[in-house]
Unconditional design. Structure first.
Length: 142
């Protein structure tokens, strides 16, 4: 079989697969938008693909909006957090972030607050850091 004959046979098959993919994407987008608007029954029924290569992935609905908005904290709140961290580090030197969180009663989800506070305290020279990343231990600066 020469190259021209092979291309002549392959091009219609590729065009067909491309059309199926375009149709599946269109239907998937329509179903996602319909689901996002709150309708429980999309107006388009997705048909099964004709070949295994064109099998679509399941449609995932758009993520729900976050239930809680990010609340910007005041400078007074940030300063209070910094003071609480300094008080803990004065009592016990060489704590990891997890230890500081434990002593403050903060769960792991709010651990970023402590990281940001420690970053500020490090910049100000009020805290020193020994180690990197997971091995980092914090103490008050002498």
């Amino acid at each position: 079989m020469n190259t021209t004959t092979f291309k002549d046979q392959l091009n219609p098959l590729l065009d067909d697969v491309a059309q199926q993919i375009i149709e599946l994407v269109r239907e998937s987008v329509l179903a996602t938008v319909t689901a996002g608007l709150g309708s429980t029954s999309p107006s388009v029924v997705v048909s099964a693909p004709t070949s295994a290569a064109a099998k679509p992935k399941p449609v995932v609905s758009a993520p729900e909006a976050s239930k809680s908005k990010r609340i910007r904290r005041s400078k007074a709140d940030l300063a209070k957090d910094d003071d609480n961290i300094l008080a803990i580090l004065k009592k016990e030197q060489g704590l990891k972030i997890s230890g500081i969180c434990e002593r403050l009663g903060i769960d792991a989800e709010e651990k970023a607050k402590i990281g940001h506070s420690l970053g500020r305290l490090l910049e100000q020279g009020r805290v020193k850091k020994d180690g990197d990343r997971n091995t980092a231990k914090y103490s008050t600066a002498a």
